[in-house]
Design a protein around this ligand. Structure first.
Ligand SMILES: N[C@@H](Cc1c[nH]c[nH+]1)C(=O)O
Length: 403
C-alpha cells in the first residue's frame, strides 16, 4: 500500500530544500563529506548479516535476471560495507537520501534521512562530538524544546546475557521497557525463572531516566559485572565532555533506550522535539558491523528524519512560507522585444528572478517597454530609466524603501 501523505507540493519542496541546505552546511563544518549510496541494493547484503533491517520491513524488487533487490532501507549498512573493504578506514561521511521501508500497517514509507557516519575512531571524545553535532544542527534549525536521550546498547545486553530467556520473552521485555510499562513489568518478571539481581536490574531500567548524574548513581547500584561498570564510566566521560560544550541542558540519560536497529554496540541516542511523537533522530556506535563484511571498523553516526524535522518546525511556527513570486516581470510590445529580452537576460545574470509578458504569475515589480517611450518601472508612479545601471539603482532604492 502506498503512503497517502507523499504527495508532491511545490511550497513544501522548497521549504524542505532550505532545511536540507542548513543541515548540509552544519555537517560539513564538522569535517564530513557528502556521499550517495545506490537506491537498489542486493537483498543478500541485508539478509546475510545480523543486526540488520528486519526482513518484513524491506521493500523487495525482482530484477530482470530474477535476482532479489531491495530499495535502500538503510544507509549505515552499505557505507559500513564500503569502508570495511577500503584501505581508508578513517572517514567522515554524510548523506541526504531517501530510505524505503514498510511499516506494520503494510504501508510503504519513503522518508528522507540526513545522516553522518564517523568511521575509524572509538573514544568518548568522538561520541560526544557526534551528539554535539546533532544538537548544533537542531539549534541551527531554530528548534526549541528539544532533548537528546542518551543510553547504551551494551547495558541492556549485559543484563540479558545473565539470564536465559527465549527470543519471544526478550521481545516482550524490550517492549515493556520501551513503553516504560512498570505495572505489567512486575507480574511478567515474576513469571520468569531468573535471578533476583537480574530481575531487579530489569525492573529498574525504565526508571533510569533523567539527569545524567542521578541516572549514573542509580545504575551503579545495579551493575552485575565489570563490563557494566565500564559502560557507566564511558557514559560519565561523555557527559563531562558534553558539559564542556555547555550543552547539558539538551541531554537526558535513558538506560532503557532501545534503538530500532540491532547493529549498535555502544552509546546510543535519540532526539525528541516538542510534541512530535517520534524521534527526529536516531544513532549510536556500531563497532562490530564492519566485521560482518570484511574488517572491523570503529564507527558512530546518526540520522535525522528530515520530514519529522519539518513537522517540528511547523509545530513551532518556524516554517515561514516560501516567497515564490518573481522579482520582476517585464512587459513589452512586439517592437521592443529585443531590448526587453536582452534586459531579462542581464537582470537574471544579476540574480533577479525574472519573467516576461506573463500576467498569470505573481511578480513584485513590473517593467514596461511600450510604444516608443523610455522603459519604466511601474508602481504608484512610473519611474523611467535609460540604462541598466539606472534600473539597478531604482530596484535597490525600492528594496530599501520596502525594508
Ligand atoms: N541508520 C540508522 C541511523 C544511524 C546512522 N548511523 C548510525 N545510526 C537508522 O536508520 O535508524
Amino acid at each position: 500500500m502506498l503512503n497517502p501523505y507523499n504527495n508532491p507540493n511545490i511550497e513544501e519542496f522548497e521549504i524542505k530544500e532550505n532545511l536540507m541546505s542548513v543541515i548540509k552546511k552544519r555537517f560539513s563544518t564538522y569535517g564530513y563529506q557528502q556521499i550517495r549510496t545506490p537506491a537498489f541494493e542486493s537483498y543478500d547484503m541485508y539478509s546475510n548479516i545480523t543486526g540488520t533491517v528486519s526482513k518484513g520491513e524491506m521493500i523487495k524488487v525482482i530484477d530482470p535476471s530474477g535476482d532479489v533487490l531491495v530499495l535502500r532501507p538503510d544507509v549505515t549498512i552499505p557505507l559500513t560495507k564500503m569502508i570495511s573493504k577500503s584501505l581508508l578506514r578513517e572517514q567522515r561521511l554524510f548523506y541526504i537520501q531517501d530510505v524505503y521501508r514498510q511499516n506494520s500497517q503494510r504501508e510503504i514509507t519513503e522518508s528522507t534521512q540526513a545522516g553522518v557516519e564517523c568511521f575509524g575512531e572509538n573514544s568518548p571524545f568522538i561520541d560526544a562530538e557526534v551528539i554535539i553535532l546533532a544538537i548544533h544542527t537542531l539549534r541551527d534549525l531554530g528548534l526549541k524544546n528539544f532533548k537528546i536521550e542518551v543510553g547504551h546498547a551494551g547495558f541492556f545486553k549485559e543484563i540479558i546475557e545473565q539470564i536465559q530467556v527465549t527470543g519471544q520473552q526478550l521481545e516482550q521485555i524490550k517492549a515493556l521497557i520501551q513503553s516504560k510499562n512498570v505495572i505489567e513489568m512486575e507480574p511478567y518478571l515474576s513469571s520468569l525463572t531468573i535471578s533476583t539481581e537480574a530481575k531487579e536490574a530489569i525492573r529498574q531500567i525504565p526508571v533510569m531516566y533523567g539527569d545524567p548524574e542521578t541516572v549514573i548513581q542509580q545504575a551503579k547500584e545495579l551493575t552485575l559485572n565489570e563490563n557494566m561498570e565500564n559502560i557507566l564510566q564511558r557514559l560519565m566521560e561523555i557527559n563531562e565532555l558534553i558539559k564542556d560544550y555547555n550543552a547539558s541542558d539538551y541531554i537526558l540519560f535513558n538506560l532503557g533506550l532501545i534503538n530500532h536497529m540491532n547493529y549498535y554496540s555502544g552509546v546510543i541516542f535519540q532526539g525528541f522535539v516538542g510534541n512530535v511523537g517520534m524521534p527526529v533522530l536516531m544513532g549510536g556506535r556500531y563497532d562490530h558491523l564492519g566485521e560482518q563484511f570484511s574488517n572491523s571498523v570503529p564507527a558512530i553516526g546518526f540520522a535525522f528524519d528530515v520530514d519529522l524535522l519539518l513537522q517540528a518546525r511547523k509545530q513551532q511556527g518556524l516554517n515561514i512560507s516560501v516567497d515564490s513570486a518573481a522579482d520582476i516581470c517585464i512587459f513589452y510590445d512586439q517592437n521592443r522585444q529585443k531590448e526587453a529580452l536582452s534586459m531579462s537576460y542581464e537582470l537574471r545574470n544579476y540574480g533577479y528572478k525574472v519573467i516576461t509578458n506573463i500576467t498569470g504569475l505573481p511578480a513584485k515589480k513590473h517593467v514596461y517597454f511600450s510604444g516608443d517611450r523610455s522603459p519604466y518601472l511601474g508602481g504608484n508612479e512610473k519611474q523611467p530609466f535609460t540604462t541598466m545601471e539606472e534600473l539597478l539603482q531604482l530596484l535597490k532604492q525600492n528594496e530599501g524603501e520596502q525594508n
